[in-house]
Design a binder for this molecule. Structure first.
Ligand SMILES: [Zn+2]
Length: 276
């Protein structure tokens, strides 16, 4: 994030020198090699971007959940008129709304959500748009060919990229029925990543994680969750129900993945923002 030569100004997060180099901020990274005090370092890190987008759905009791998940509950605990302040109690399944799947969600020895390195949560984004084939087949998956088509147009996937599937499915998020798209035999139909694409990304490229605009990294009919198992067992993360992916450039944006820092968590509702 925080690319140079942009208009709006922001305070960059506390990124490492290596990250700054990765994002092309060579001068800032070089300056950080000097023995600066904290205030000076903060000044050096100040940079800018021209656009920001929120890739997060509003999470409330009506948001579609994977079948079988406990309902999202919010209960007002204190009120301005009675208590002088406002606050609520929350009870929810970690995998609700726009959320992170931490490695341990499917890998018994994987990282918990609080153990993810921040360097892997502020990363370049590559948006693979498969909307056209999803319109023909809701069970369509991202394939190695889709990734290579992206690369022919935009160049090789950047190291540490988040590879994000845009399928147009986010437009259905207002309806549980449309978002799950369950048939009469109980099988869901929505797009996701294919196992072959994950194998390609894990062996031929260096990614930090993947994201989808649907309920699951695996497509709806999946019974074996091969993508979840394969990806998460490498200590990479997944993002589900990502919003608004059509609003960011397919190449050149960076995302901030605001995963919760909850001890021994398997993931959780996550605020995701893109800048470019
Ligand atoms: Zn999940």
């Amino acid at each position: 994030m925080c690319p140079p030569n942009a208009r709006a100004s922001m305070q960059c997060p506390d990124v490492s020198r290596r990250s700054l180099l990765k994002f092309g901020l060579g001068a800032a990274a070089a300056a950080l090699a000097l023995p600066l005090n904290a205030a000076q370092a903060a000044t050096v890190r100040r940079t800018s971007f021209s656009s920001v987008a929120d890739l997060t759905h509003v999470l409330g009791p009506g948001f579609p959940l994977f079948p079988g998940a406990a309902p999202f509950q919010i209960t007002q605990a204190v009120a301005h008129d009675k208590d002088g302040y406002y606050g609520s109690m929350l009870n929810y399944w970690e995998h609700s709304g726009t959320h992170m799947d931490a490695p341990v969600h499917f890998a018994s020895n994987g990282l918990f959500v609080d153990q993810l390195a921040v360097e892997n949560l502020v990363v370049p984004a590559a948006v693979i748009n498969i909307t056209a084939k999803v319109e023909r087949d809701p069970d369509a998956v991202v394939t190695p060919d889709d990734i290579m088509a992206w690369e022919r147009r935009y160049g090789r996937l950047p190291d540490n990229a988040a590879v994000l599937m845009a399928s147009g499915w986010g437009a259905r998020a207002g309806s549980v029925q449309a978002f799950r798209n369950t048939d009469s035999s109980g099988v869901m139909h929505f797009p996701g990543f294919g196992k072959a694409a994950i194998d390609f990304l894990l062996t031929e490229r260096r990614i930090s994680g993947i994201g989808v605009d649907t309920l699951s990294l695996d497509h709806g009919p999946s019974a074996d969750f091969a993508v979840h198992y394969t990806l998460l067992s490498t200590n990479r993360w997944g993002l589900e129900n990502v919003a608004n992916l059509e609003a960011i450039p397919p190449s050149g944006a960076s995302i901030f993945v605001g995963a919760p820092k909850i001890a021994a968590g398997s993931g959780g509702p996550t605020r995701i923002m893109a800048v470019w």
